[in-house]
Write a protein that binds this ligand. Structure first.
Ligand SMILES: Cc1ncc(COP(=O)(O)O)c(C=O)c1O
Length: 408
């Protein structure tokens, strides 16, 4: 038997079935008219943001990185509670534009921005988090050609990483940002060229559950920003300190202690050097805001035995749940939180493998899990599906197509 990850708070049972947003899982499937289906809860998103705001110092502004989940109704909803949005492509810019969000509060990071993406972002008043000197010069030339003053920030490749993070994005050679020691020269160059100078962006990693690691990283980011700006001798209007706040996916994972992070940051802000007193400070979060607010529902379409093992074969799979299948940057596959939604709260009776409908051994949603006995027609719920589910899975694989999505 292999353990399942912890079911996030906020989910209960009604009449022996999983409840999401006050209704049975089957209710939402009937509404959608099909499985597989992602159900995202407005209420859980709002509660998450309220708790985060309460824990963080008032001065800290919160950006949502839409790569985690850009489903339009969810984006419209969450953007009401965020100070800004972070995008990573021209495609994401289109999605944000359609929501009517103020594009002056959007920043665009990501290596390899095409000229056409730079042009559109500049035209829309989006802040470009520049990833290289070359990109800076292309952006300045495009803005010059358009006769527009571009809003420019520099993404720094810091000389440290976020300890214990699932994905490290700083510390050593990286395709992201400009190496810290070269940032002062680049800032002088773009400020000298007359851009609308928007500040620095430092993103060191993601999916950290240790408050200690996040506290240390935030302190390092503030020091680094101060060092860079002291060398340049220019004011720092804005510092995007990155994020990295993780959520518990696997057995034994403990939730991040955001109170501890907020308290340490509050103390730290009390001791900031004068040069940073007027700087707007942002954190940038994706999965922490939406991950636990989403559930993926998929129906069991076959139940079979093979050499003594039970397989529950569903109509979903890795084409919507790449991360839960263990194929999105994990070294050792572990089970996400998962349940038989139509028998929620029933006692586990058997060890079963839950697999998807794709013809590959990679397509596994739960490995040797202890579950209530489930039959064809039962619904399976995969939790922590609100981030990097639909937005980060190969839905076109084997001609399967995307899952339905709804915000409830
Ligand atoms: C620049 C940047 N911002 C934000 C995020 C969002 O990370 P997470 O969803 O872990 O908060 C990422 C993730 O890779 C990123 O690269």
């Amino acid at each position: 038997m292999k353990p399942l990850g912890p079911i996030p708070p906020g989910y209960g049972a009604i009449d022996g079935e999983l409840e999401i947003g006050g209704k049975h899982a089957t209710h939402w499937v009937e509404q959608a008219g099909r499985t597989p289906l992602f159900v995202y809860s407005r209420d859980l998103i709002e509660r998450r943001l309220a708790a985060l705001r309460a824990a963080m110092p008032e001065r800290i502004k919160i950006n949502y990185a839409i790569k985690a989940n850009s489903f339009a109704p969810l984006l419209e909803h969450i953007s009401k509670f965020c100070d800004g949005l972070d995008i990573a492509s021209g495609g994401e810019l289109e999605i944000v534009r359609a929501t009517g969000f103020d594009l002056n509060r959007v920043s665009f990071a990501g290596p390899g921005k095409r000229d056409v993406e730079l042009r559109q972002a500049i035209a829309d008043g989006v802040t470009l988090n520049l990833e290289s000197e070359n990109e800076a010069r292309r952006a300045l030339a495009i803005a010059d050609d358009m006769g527009v003053v571009p809003r420019l920030a520099v993404r720094v490749n810091p000389d440290f990483a976020l300890k214990g993070s699932g994905m490290k994005m700083g510390g050593g050679a990286k395709p992201f940002g400009v190496d810290a020691e070269r940032v002062p020269d680049l800032v002088r160059e773009i400020v000298g060229a007359g851009c609308d100078w928007r500040g620095l962006h430092v993103f060191t990693g993601s999916q950290a559950l240790s408050a200690e690691a996040i506290i240390a990283m935030q302190a390092q980011v503030l020091d680094l920003a101060h060092r860079i700006m002291s060398e340049v001798g220019t004011a720092l209007p804005k510092l995007n300190m990155g994020g990295g706040f993780g959520i518990p996916y696997f057995a034994g994972d403990e939730p991040l202690d955001i109170e501890a992070v907020g308290d340490a940051l509050r103390r730290r802000l009390g001791e900031l050097p004068d040069a940073l007193t007027d700087t707007e400070l942002y954190i940038e979060l994706g999965r922490y805001l939406v991950g636990e607010a989403g559930v993926y529902l998929t129906r069991i379409i076959d139940r079979k035995e093979s050499y003594g093992e039970t397989y529950l074969v569903t109509d979903g799979g890795l084409h919507h749940q790449l991360a839960a299948s263990g194929n999105f940057g994990t070294v050792v596959r572990r089970n996400y939180p998962l349940a038989i939604a139509s028998r929620f709260g029933s006692e586990p009776e058997e060890i079963a493998n839950v697999v998807g409908c794709l013809c590959t051994p990679l397509d596994r949603l739960a490995d040797k899990a202890h579950l209530p006995r489930a039959e064809v027609g039962d619904l399976v719920a995969v939790f922590c599906a609100g981030a990097y589910g639909a937005s980060a899975s190969p839905s076109a694989f084997l001609g399967q197509g995307p899952a339905a999505e709804m915000l409830v």
